[in-house]
Structure formats: structure tokens, C-alpha cells
Design a protein around this ligand. Structure first.
Ligand code: GLY
Length: 381
């Protein structure tokens, strides 16, 4: 039974009108995927790509539903987790797809979390120099972030997402009902990216996240559906203005400079959203210390994160030197210098006088911000 009306957001990605696509957020949309694909992404056949867990929960049923509707479809399964987002997995998947004669008249469907979307998208971007693809995200993080905007790719030993391509999907189909099976830690991780969207663009979205924190943490309800739509709308608006991240799209990296450093220092044991949550608080403290961010912003951000059971302090004492060194390897640095997205206030990013979107901060300011992050009690994560 659907618990909210169908709604969609249209993203027009310049300069090519052909790159415009819809993000449909609709409870139960998985059931009408055959009709939707036939209409929005017609093809001779569909290659559905999932990890083993999502394949068991939804992948087999999706492929059977496509076949029952008279569409040709086949499931391709890759390994579970970030460890599977490698050049080797991409290579194995590309070989399987080529062996199954997946070419330009077929469609690749990424069904799963961010790993499946990124891997499927990168396979689609590179196979025969580009096969159209569709994103069907099943984790909250993939719904509000990874599936929107056309970033695809894999990790290498040099860092995350360092080999990849931009390929906008033909369609993003989001079924919030699948969130019922998502573990709470993954719901929280996705919620951190929603907090980021509110922090950079819309303070009312932040207030709504606080008011409806229970729905987010439980993974169901009409309120969660509306929050997903609001987050998608914020990300879509940024991506439509700067699809290739040559400027404004950098604001989506709020919290990610320290966040990526924390992931690196914890050997990626800290979930991405948790790292971003802590990174956002660090960036708010840094902005306040540099008199760029309105005082009280870090405190308000902490309160919202706490309502969503997200951490705002690292899980262990951190050496500022180690963190500064790790942050220096973030690929968003320009000319080798570490740069930070900062807020003017909640709901608004600050812009430096040169009209850019990121700030270079002195090590002293960053050290002050890191000192303001108290380590969480053992076991919190
Ligand atoms: N996840 C940030 C972006 O898509 O640009």
C-alpha cells in the first residue's frame, strides 16, 4: 500500500537537453518498474546490477517482474561493500556484460546502494564508450546523494573515487518502501547527507529533519518520503547548475574534507555519513573560529545531528597532525592546498572574496576546530 502520492523532480543538466532526467520518488515504484523502464528507457534488454544482498532482497524479483512484463532482463551480481568498488570488480563486471553482449541498445540498471550505483554507472560509462543507464537506489544515502548527479567510479589504492566518469542516468527511480529493510546505521548515514543539504541550502529542511527524526531513524512514513524529496531537490538544483563540479557543486562537499580524513584514519570503519557528520561540525567550528560562520552554528548543527543519533565528535582521540595530513590528501584540494566548504550561517554557504566556493584555512584555525571536537565515549559507534 502506498503511503504518499507519486512525486518527481526533473533535473535538466546543461549544456545538453538530452541529459535531462527525472528523479521519481514514489512508494511502490519498484512494482511498476517494467512500465517505467519501457516508457523512459526503452531497450532491447536490461542488465540489472546489484550486490548479493540486494539481489536476494529485490534483484531477483525485479528481474522476474521485468521478464513477466515481456522485457528481456538479466541480473549481474558483484561483491558486497566498499571493498568491492575496485578496478578489478569493474573489469570482471565489464567482461560479464560484454560476454552477455550488453551493448548500446541495452540499458544498465544499478539496483542497490552507492557501491552498486557507482560500479554500474562506471561500467555503463565505459562499455562501448557509453551505454545508457538507470539508477534504482535502495539505501537512503544512495537515494539522496550518490544516485543523483552522474558521478560514477571506483576506488584505488590511492583513494576513493579516483577513477571514474560523469554519466548522467536516464532516470532515477526511488522507492522509499525499501528503506524498511535498511539497518538503522545505514539510515543514519544517509540522514547525515540530508543534514548537509539543509545546512548548505535550506534551514527549514534542517528543522523538518529534527521534527521528523523518528521517521528517518525508523525508515518509513510519509514524512520520510517528503524529506527525501526535499533533499533530492536541493542536490538536483546544485548539480543542474554545475554538473561537472567546476565550481558551485563543491558546496556538496561540506563536511567532507575532515570527513574523508576521518574515514582514512579509521581504515573506513567509520561509516561515511558518520564521518561527514563529524566533518560538518568541524567545518562549522573552523568557520566560527575564522569569523566566517555565525556563532552558534556548530552548536545548532550538533543538536540536529543528536536528534538523528548521529555523532558530532570522533570515536577516539585524534591527533590534529594526523588529521591535517590525512585531509591534505583529499582530492578536492586545489594546487595541493587543503580547502574547506564553510557556512555563512545554517542554510547558507559562505563564499570567499574571489567568488569561489571553498576556503583555504590556516593550520591554527583547523587545530582550534579539531580541539572543539571532543572524542565520543567508547562504544558510541
Ligand atoms: N556527493 C557529492 C556530489 O555528488 O557532488
Amino acid at each position: 500500500m502506498n503511503d504518499a502520492p507519486s512525486t518527481s523532480i526533473h533535473i535538466a543538466v546543461p549544456p545538453s537537453p538530452a541529459a535531462a532526467y527525472d528523479v521519481i520518488v514514489e512508494p511502490g515504484v519498484l512494482e511498476r518498474l517494467p512500465a517505467l523502464l519501457a516508457e523512459r528507457a526503452p531497450a532491447a534488454s536490461y542488465a540489472v546490477i546489484s550486490d548479493a544482498n540486494v539481489a536476494r532482497l529485490y534483484g531477483t524479483a525485479v528481474v522476474e517482474r521485468l521478464q513477466s512484463a515481456g522485457l528481456s532482463a538479466r541480473l549481474f551480481i558483484h561483491g558486497v561493500g566498499d571493498a568491492a568498488k575496485t578496478i578489478e570488480s569493474w573489469s570482471a563486471l565489464a567482461d560479464e556484460l560484454l560476454a552477455a553482449r550488453v551493448g548500446r541498445d541495452r540499458r544498465v540498471v544499478g539496483l542497490g546502494g552507492g557501491v552498486s550505483g557507482d560500479l554500474a554507472g562506471f561500467a555503463a560509462a565505459t562499455l562501448q564508450r557509453g551505454v545508457a543507464f538507470v539508477q534504482v537506489p535502495t539505501s537512503l544515502l544512495a537515494m539522496v546523494d550518490a544516485s543523483i548527479g552522474g558521478k560514477t567510479g571506483v576506488n584505488t589504492k590511492h583513494g576513493k573515487n579516483l577513477v571514474g566518469a560523469f554519466l548522467q542516468p536516464r532516470l532515477v527511480a526511488i522507492d522509499p518502501q525499501v528503506l524498511r529493510t535498511l539497518p538503522e546505521q545505514e539510515l543514519r548515514s544517509g540522514a547525515a547527507e540530508m543534514v548537509k543539504h539543509g545546512a548548505i541550502r535550506d534551514v527549514r529542511h534542517l528543522e523538518q529533519l529534527r521534527d521528523d527524526a523518528a521517521a528517518v531513524r525508523q525508515g518509513h512514513g510519509a514524512a520520510l518520503h517528503q524529506l527525501i524529496l526535499a533533499s533530492v531537490a536541493i542536490k538536483a538544483a546544485v548539480v543542474a547548475r554545475d554538473p561537472l563540479e567546476s565550481g558551485e557543486r563543491a558546496v556538496l562537499n561540506f563536511g567532507h574534507t575532515v570527513g574523508h580524513a576521518l574515514e582514512l584514519l579509521t581504515d573506513y570503519r567509520l561509516p561515511h555519513g558518520y564521518a561527514v557528520a563529524i566533518g560538518m561540525v568541524a567545518a562549522a567550528h573552523a568557520g566560527e573560529a575564522a569569523s566566517i560562520t555565525e556563532p552558534g552554528t556548530a552548536r545548532a548543527l550538533r543538536e540536529t545531528l543528536a536528534a538523528l543519533a548521529l555523532p558530532s565528535s570522533p570515536p577516539m582521540p585524534l591527533s590534529a597532525d594526523a588529521l591535517l595530513a590525512a585531509a591534505g590528501t583529499d582530492k578536492k584540494g586545489r594546487r595541493g592546498r587543503t580547502r574547506y566548504v564553510l557556512l555563512r550561517r545554517l542554510g547558507e554557504v559562505a563564499q570567499p572574496p574571489d567568488g569561489g566556493w571553498t576556503f583555504e584555512l590556516s593550520d591554527d584555525i583547523v587545530r582550534q576546530a579539531l580541539a572543539a571536537l571532543r572524542p565520543a565515549a567508547a562504544g558510541q559507534l
